[in-house]
Design a protein around this ligand. Structure first.
Ligand SMILES: CC(C)(COP(=O)(O)OP(=O)(O)OC[C@H]1O[C@@H](n2cnc3c(N)ncnc32)[C@H](O)[C@@H]1OP(=O)(O)O)[C@@H](O)C(=O)NCCC(=O)NCCS
Length: 180
């Protein structure tokens, strides 16, 4: 990951400040066990029929709590999360979930979640981060590319039927060691 240029950082701060008192910037923190019901609600709101089943969310939390970050608006409502699964054996990591509540998008929160998780992954000794994204999800692809992710493999990282028939994905990759 390359360092965030100062002007981009200042622009983001200005946009967050412009969000107004009703949309005060949520606090970014590590997920807690007590967040699980609210995380499921948010996940279902954003991902609908492809949301994680509750039992899987629970076990992902058990395995990867240190790399499970949430945006907490201070009233018990979560506005976003990012989850990374890591492998101690080969220093690999996958972003397993990223979302921001629909009414809080375009205020820099997705970038904030991704930037912080990449900092934590690097600190944990992770060398490579991968993720999959729906080929038509240009908002997410632009975010990932701006953070240094690049397609893995030919055809822009396109993997047909990756999640089953008709469920194509692009695989993107960021090398944390090269980006130091
Ligand atoms: C992808 C997502 C997390 C981005 O969150 P966000 O808080 O709106 O993103 P940010 O405001 O931090 O924007 C970061 C960058 O993403 C890109 N981006 C985000 N939304 C965009 C949009 N609607 N159109 C074009 N670019 C967009 C831009 O490059 C933006 O940088 P910029 O503000 O300097 O132009 C959010 O749209 C989301 O939750 N989508 C649904 C779930 C999802 O698709 N998750 C990813 C699965 S792989």
């Amino acid at each position: 990951m390359t360092a965030e240029p100062l002007e981009r950082f200042l622009d983001r701060r200005a946009r967050l400040a412009a969000a107004g008192p009703d949309e005060a910037s949520p606090i970014l923190r590590t997920a807690r066990e007590s967040d699980l019901p609210e995380l499921r609600r948010l996940d279902r709101e954003v991902f609908q029929e492809v949301a994680y089943p509750g039992f899987l969310f629970r076990q992902l939390y058990d395995m990867y709590a240190g790399h499970f970050l949430v945006l907490d608006d201070g009233t018990g409502t979560l506005r976003g999360y990012v989850l990374a699964g890591t492998s101690a054996l080969d220093r690999d990591s996958w972003i397993l979930g990223l979302c921001v509540a629909p009414d809080r998008r375009r205020h820099g929160l997705g970038r904030e979640l991704m930037t912080e998780i990449l900092v934590r992954l690097r600190r944990s000794g992770v060398e490579r981060v991968r993720l999959t994204v729906e080929p038509g999800n240009s908002a997410a692809i632009l975010l990932y590319r701006s953070l240094g992710f690049r397609p893995e493999g030919p055809h822009g990282g396109l993997r047909r039927d990756y999640f089953g028939p008709g469920m194509h994905r692009r695989v993107l990759r960021l090398d944390l060691t090269a980006a130091r």
